[in-house]
Design a protein around this ligand. Structure first.
Ligand code: ADP
Ligand code: MG
Length: 344
């Protein structure tokens, strides 16, 4: 399996994906409000926002500002960001961060600790941190020492606007930030009168409403092995978030190490999954679950579907070339060597 996919590939893919989702919008010219598109670079990602309906252009302008605002607030490595202050001072007064920590706590409980925003010290050790740290395999002693400071019980909310952290524990909101950003932007757009939008946040996609003709959006799902795409999903009013072990990784002594960390072991998750796509009406759940599912593996993830009070669908790619999907409207790709299986 060729896992040598780099950031450039992701960006090219994002554009390809747009190509697949945009034509339906582009066709809504005469007599209706034309679709407006805007490209934004935030959260280290090229984002393409397309909207139609009343005030689309002005709404996209505010959407862009909101993305920059959240980027500046949540970037752990940016001195002065709210997350930076929490990690350095052990305290921050910020409504967004406090809310996200509250959501992260709930998601951590629901996923048996697979999602845990206090994995930051482990990310640093493996070189997936906020700075320009070297990728390397840490020693077992280093991992054990970092694990001492991992666990959501080290995070405390102070009312609706504050949070404290038991230092030297550190928080990283990278597994939840894009979902929250997409969610906020959707709220903002619909509040401004936009009736349909496609937000492509570097392969994580939010669909507001449906296509101008009322039918579902068609979204190409990323192939973790670099093929064209896994299949086409028909969906409306949903967040389609993908996490994969191929997104950020390095190789050492013929072993492969990636950026999704199992908070229990301190090592990159080894659940048998190459990627997890979560389709959910809530952007924060969708994003966090995609990360958590990569840690949990197929069996636990599918079991969680019945156990949560939040509904979601899954498209899972296993290391042995199977695609397991729960969605009704998913058209598998052909000739790509995968074995597809619809599961419940
Ligand atoms: P992206 O789409 O930006 O690559 P993902 O949604 O796939 O990100 O989430 C991966 C990111 O989540 C990592 O880069 C790291 O910041 C954070 N992370 C890694 N492991 C975990 C975990 N077990 N729980 C919560 N966050 C994690
Ligand atoms: Mg995620």
């Amino acid at each position: 399996m060729d896992m040598r996919k780099n950031r450039l590939f992701q960006r090219v893919f994002a554009l390809l994906l747009c190509g697949l989702t945009l034509p339906p919008l582009a066709g809504c010219g005469a007599g209706k409000t034309a679709a407006q598109t805007r490209t934004v670079f935030a959260m280290d990602t090229v984002m393409t926002l397309t909207a139609h309906g009343k005030n689309a252009d002005a709404a996209l302008e505010s959407a862009e500002s909101e993305l920059y605002r959240l980027d500046a607030l949540l970037a752990r490595g940016v001195e002065g960001s709210a997350v930076y202050r929490l990690n350095h001072d052990g305290f921050v007064r910020d409504g967004d961060v406090s809310y996200l920590l509250f959501r992260a706590q709930r998601i951590s409980e629901a996923t048996g600790g697979a999602f845990d925003v206090t994995v930051a010290p482990l990310l640093e050790l493996w070189g997936f941190g906020s700075g320009a740290g070297e990728h390397r395999v840490p020693t077992e002693a280093e991992i054990a020492a970092a694990l001492e400071h991992v666990g959501m019980e080290r995070v405390h909310r102070e009312g609706d606007t504050g949070a404290t952290l038991d230092l030297p524990a550190q928080v990283d909101l990278g597994g939840i930030a894009k979902g929250y950003a997409a969610w906020n932007v959707c709220k903002l757009l619909s509040g401004a009168g936009v009736t349909g939008a496609v937000l492509d946040l570097g392969g994580d996609v939010a669909l507001l409403g449906s296509k101008p003709d009322g039918s579902d959006w068609r979204v190409a799902i990323k192939d973790p092995n670099g093929g064209d795409f896994l299949g086409i999903l028909g969906v409306s009013d949903a967040f389609v978030m993908t996490s994969g072990v191929y997104e950020r990784y390095f190789e050492e002594n013929s072993s492969f190490y990636h950026h999704i960390i199992d908070p229990k072991t301190g090592y990159p998750a080894d659940s048998g999954l190459m990627s997890a796509t979560v389709i959910c009406g809530d952007g924060v759940w969708a994003d966090a679950l995609a990360t958590a599912v990569c840690v949990m593996g197929a069996e636990r993830a599918l079991a969680l579907r019945g156990a949560l009070d939040v509904g979601f669908d899954l498209i899972l790619v296993t290391g042995d070339g199977r695609v397991l999907y729960t969605c009704e409207d998913f058209t598998p790709g052909t000739g790509n060597g995968y074995v597809y299986e619809q599961v419940s």
